[in-house]
Design a protein around this ligand. Structure first.
Ligand code: EPU
Length: 418
């Protein structure tokens, strides 16, 4: 079992390049099933969820692997399996994207319920009801969903009751080669959805409106392969900024898109950090003491992202005054709080609200990651703590961060993996 050992209290400095976005790469990898040819994905992060997606692609009969450091090559000329094994489905939530993609390619797909970080109930009812509207019959037997579009997939008008990211992406995947047009109203507007649409358009799809909440997908007969560069990861970017806010220091973040995280940058500015942005760079400086911030409510994009809640909470543990988070997206996304309290943080959780009273110091402690972003939040807190912290169960962190210890060491942090 691997652990991170962090000797806190070192200021960070230097430049860090941001990896490609997990939540863009995963649906794009599933989308490559629809292409029936070769896809070359640049800026594809080497994280464990991407390796899980490669295992699913291989199981389906495609070829998938890294050719160069961050260049993934996927060839989907052949598809031999009609579904995905339970073991692979359980590896991550994003296994569900393959449902829309395989249905679009073959008209049939058998899956079980997806796994992923436990953030409270994560139903898939919206995914299934949208697919039913597009002509899919779903039979549920002994935990297996047998999904068939007997007469092929057809376009539909789909009104989402909530702008779910995964549902919007699954509908897009099923719709690109369906007969006729599909309109998704109240669609999610996260930048990763635009990235998926741009990738598919580069493969010959006809998708418009991916950033405006009403997406129109005109079905085409077939797609082809392409070369594509995955967008930078906005949550990884926010994480390294949060680490610097927590530890203090000056860093330059390159290869990022500041426009995707304006709302997070505004929170760092409220804390007293200095933020200057260029086209794909952020110049960031943090000096103690930090200040508490106005209540943060997690929302769908362009609101404050739930994925940044845990990492932004870390520097606020030592900010002067009281900060409040209201978690509106997931029911159980405060599992890092108990671990932060082991380090001396003063946080009260009541339902979906967390109240943080800033304390003067955090101290090193043995902690345990319980999900991906919560684990990254513990790393940020450990960097600002006095003494040595241990973070175990870091396989959660490895799902989304490329060698987090190397990235932070390059900024001067004292962090090792054992
Ligand atoms: N929901 C339903 N029914 C559904 C689908 C969703 O009730 O059929 C609910 C969920 O239970 C949740 C809310 O809708 O309460 C939002 O879920 P959404 O579908 O938008 O999220 P997701 O697609 O499961 C993606 C990201 C998450 C990110 C959320 C919200 C990927 C691979 N995952 O999940 O990323 O938190 O959107 O922005 O894109 C992470 O990277 O750590 C992560 C968890």
């Amino acid at each position: 079992m691997q652990k991170l050992i962090v000797n806190g209290g070192k200021k960070l400095s230097g430049e860090i390049h941001i990896q490609g976005a997990k939540n863009a790469a995963l649906p794009i990898m599933a989308a490559s099933v629809l292409c029936g040819g070769e896809v070359i994905l640049r800026n594809c992060p080497r994280i464990s969820d991407v390796y899980s997606a490669m295992r699913i692609l291989t199981y389906l009969g495609c070829k998938a692997g890294f050719e160069d450091k961050n260049v993934a090559v996927i060839n989907s000329e052949n598809i031999s399996a009609e579904g995905i094994s339970d073991e692979l489905m359980r590896e991550m939530r994003s296994s569900l994207f393959f449902l829309g993609a395989v249905l679009g390619r073959t008209g049939h797909c058998r899956i079980t319920l997806p796994g992923g970080c436990d953030l409270g109930p994560r139903p898939i009812d919206m995914h299934l009801s949208a697919l039913r509207k597009m002509g899919v019959t779903i039979r549920e037997e002994f935990g297996t969903l047998d999904c068939t579009a007997e007469n092929g997939l057809h376009g539909a008008k789909i009104d989402l009751s909530f702008p779910s990211v995964g549902t919007t992406e699954n509908i897009i995947l099923a719709a690109v080669t369906a007969e006729g047009s599909t309109i998704i109203r109240n669609a999610a507007r996260e930048p990763e959805i635009t990235d998926l649409a741009e990738f598919l358009n580069a493969c010959g799809a006809k998708i418009s409106g991916a950033d405006c909440g009403e997406i129109i997908i005109r079905g085409v007969e077939k797609l082809h392969g392409c070369q594509y560069t995955v967008m930078p990861d906005r949550i990884v970017c926010a994480t390294y900024l949060a680490c610097t806010a927590a530890a203090g220091g000056d860093i330059v973040v390159s290869g990022c898109r500041p426009s995707d995280i304006e709302i997070i940058l505004a929170v760092f500015e409220q804390m007293g950090c200095i933020v200057h942005t260029g086209h794909d760079k952020i110049y960031f400086s943090a000096n103690r003491p930090l200040k508490a911030v106005a209540p943060i409510r997690t929302m769908v994009y362009p609101g404050f992202p739930t994925d940044a809640q845990a990492v932004v909470m870390a520097p606020l543990c030592r900010a002067k005054g009281t900060s409040v988070f209201v978690e509106n997206i997931f029911e159980n996304r405060f599992k890092h709080v108990g671990e932060l309290c082991r380090m001396g943080a003063d946080i009260l959780v009541e339902g979906k609200v967390a109240v943080i009273e800033g304390v003067n110091r955090l101290y090193g402690a043995k902690t345990c990651a319980a999900d991906l972003r919560g684990g990254a939040g513990l790393v940020a807190a450990a960097l600002s703590a006095e003494g040595v912290s241990e973070i175990s169960d870091i396989h959660y962190i490895d799902r989304g961060y490329e060698e987090i210890e190397k990235a932070l060491s390059s900024l001067g942090a004292d962090i090792i993996r054992i």
